[in-house]
Design a protein around this ligand. Sequence first.
Ligand code: PMP
Length: 399
Amino acid sequence: MNTPRKLVMIPGPVEVSPRVREAFSVAPPGHLSPEVIEAFGTSLSLMRRVWLAGPSAQPFVVPGSGTTAMEMTVANLIEPGDAVLVVNTGYFSDRMVEMLKRAGADVVDLTAVPGEVPNASRAAGAFDDFARAGRPVKALFATHVDTSTGALCDPKPLAALARDRGALSIFDGVCATAAERFEMDAWGADVYLTASQKAIGLPAGLALAVVSERALAARDARRQPPPLSHDWHAWRPVMEAYEARKGAYFATPPTTLILALAAGLQEILNSGMEARFALHERGARAMRAAWTALGLRPVPAREAQAAHTLSALRFPGGVDATLVARVAERGVSVAGGLHPAFRGEYFRVGHMGYALTRVDYLMRCVSAVAGGIASFGVPVDEAAAIHAMLSSLQAEVAT
Ligand code: PMP
């Protein structure tokens, strides 16, 4: 028996737009075919615009996932003994710490209560400590949106701090890029990395990053080269060739995803980045209005530190982790908790990209969550939640 496809409202992979779907639903072309060369070249120039990066920043598109993009950055920048800071907001910052330690870095890990973001002044203090010891800090790492807690960090002061102290700043934008405001050039950030399956709006399979000249220079200055498949030096000539509309080869790219990338980035840019950020802010506010009406409390305690790409919501009294399966029975996939400290106490709903342009998807999602909670015998007012969401969306449109 065929199970009907569920609406995918997890924090990635996400629902993709018809245009993106059409772009990848073709017989796979060769990597040197004219349509792939054109799509690859277009994608690289469009990435600079979505990242709000300067002309000298180098975009990289390689096969892999967000974890690949993280590992590649560490492999190119970090050598044994390098001092680094991590502004840690949860599960994915912990992953970055692990990668940095394996690369032999001396890591200062600034942690916070789940759902909160360490204050930038703590990072400044850590820089001071290293300065007193006469040691330069190579880089500061932060996760723009930690998908395990829904915590949103503000990269701007962190990038400024790193610049001021002569360090590189690296931001994991896997659950943020193309949705949360990020101004790579204006803020002076050095690496902003992501994957294809979240706010970029594609299936999984591409690791994406834009890298500053300073970061490329740090790779040039390494004593030992990184593993070949991660080496920016190996990939950069390929990116330059495609951007000049010439074919090139280092390792085979997933060609159908390259076609989809050009379509997806173009779609994002059709309305412009300001409109794109506003779409996510508006969507998040509407979803929050629905959650409040259902009596759900978000994990991030402060609204200014709550992501616009997902909601991380604590289970109300009388509800447990089987809620996720109960919501699935109602036709919608949402995600369970991920942060090891309180995994069993909350669930997560993704709201990014194409889904935010589909009020019917948002209504189905709120309705399925309301139905799931009601199935525990906990009284909820589904109609009020839908009404709150729609009113919020309409109020935003009217202003
Ligand atoms: N960083 C963040 C913030 C993420 O949300 C994820 C994926 N959920 C990753 C890194 C890892 O990406 P991937 O699963 O594509 O390897």
